[in-house]
Write a protein that binds this ligand. Structure first.
Ligand code: ADP
Ligand code: MG
Length: 274
């Protein structure tokens, strides 16, 4: 049987920076009253969230808040107990992760997980596996974003540095032509300079038209890149808003930016009550 690329029903790549997210029409991604659990553990207790086309949305929260669970549910690795996941206004909960690649969804998982014994190039080809064949233009795009990966394309991935492996994990996801890219703590365990570099590249990827849902514990970096943000606390959203507002919110600053302003915020609240 011959492959028929014409059968591929894929959305066009995201809009360019000029076309903007557009206020009308359904969000690119929408979570409605999402409940997800592991056995007796209720990891998400009714999460409502949306991501519009062209946006960068940050999902923040402490360890164990449910951030990875959210991304895994969106990418079909976990099935919700109740609630809905909609992509382009259509239900995708219940669709498996390998089918979802065809819907324009890419997931860069926590802890990067590249194929350690394969070369950089082989890893990138794996990212395009489900598209029948890799698109040379995608490979060029990845190498333009990450010249380091081009230099090391014949190197075995397990011997790359942590930052390079993260770049490879992102590059591999881009090979699937995602319209929406889910990123699970891309800065984890990396030196500040490398983190800066990665965030700069994420900005570039967004400017090229890919929408980003970014999970981070590094709230400052994430909110500086993001248009909007949400804060998860033990499975529930406790705050959301424009990234700039969250960045200057004393509660966020106290909880996630390592600032000891709790006493000040309390004093302010006291003053407000009195
Ligand atoms: N495979 C699993 N089995 C049981 N509990 C899990 C599993 N994965 C995550 N959890 C629990 O679900 C909650 C949310 O976890 P997770 O989504 O990984 O949080 P985060 O990514 O924000 O650190 C935590 O209480 C965690 O212990
Ligand atoms: Mg996590």
């Amino acid at each position: 049987m011959s492959a028929k690329p014409s059968l591929e029903k894929r959305p066009e790549p995201g809009p360019g920076p000029g076309s903007g997210p557009g206020p009308d029409g359904p969000p690119l991604l929408e979570l409605r009253d999402l409940h997800v659990g592991y056995g007796a553990i209720e990891a998400l207790k009714g999460v409502d969230l949306e991501v519009r086309r062209g946006e960068v949305v940050a999902l923040l929260g402490a360890n164990g808040a449910g951030k990875s669970t959210t991304l895994k549910t969106v990418s079909g690795m976990l099935a919700p107990r109740s609630g809905e996941v909609l992509l382009h206004g259509e239900r995708i909960d219940g669709i498996t992760s390998h089918q979802l690649v065809r819907f324009g969804l890419g997931h860069v998982p926590e802890g990067r997980r590249v194929f350690g014994r394969m070369t950089v190039l082989e890893n990138l080809h794996m990212g395009a596996y489900r598209l029948r064949r890799p698109d040379p233009a995608d490979l060029e795009r990845v190498f333009a974003l990450f010249p380091r990966l081009h230099e090391r394309r014949r190197q075995v991935a397990g011997t790359l540095s942590g930052g390079e492996q993260q770049m490879l994990a992102i590059g591999r996801a881009l090979m699937g032509k995602p319209e929406l890219l889910l990123l699970d703590e891309p800065s984890m365990g990396l030196a500040p300079l490398i983190v800066q570099q990665i965030f700069g590249i994420l900005r570039e990827i967004n400017e090229q038209g890919t929408t980003l849902l970014l999970v981070e514990q590094n709230a400052t970096q994430a909110l500086q890149l993001a248009d909007r943000g949400y804060v998860l606390e033990t499975g529930e959203l406790v705050m959301s808003g424009p990234a700039g507002e969250l960045l200057s919110d004393p509660r966020i600053r106290a909880a996630y930016l390592g600032e000891h302003v709790e006493a000040e915020a309390e004093a302010e609240a006291e003053a407000g009550r009195g």
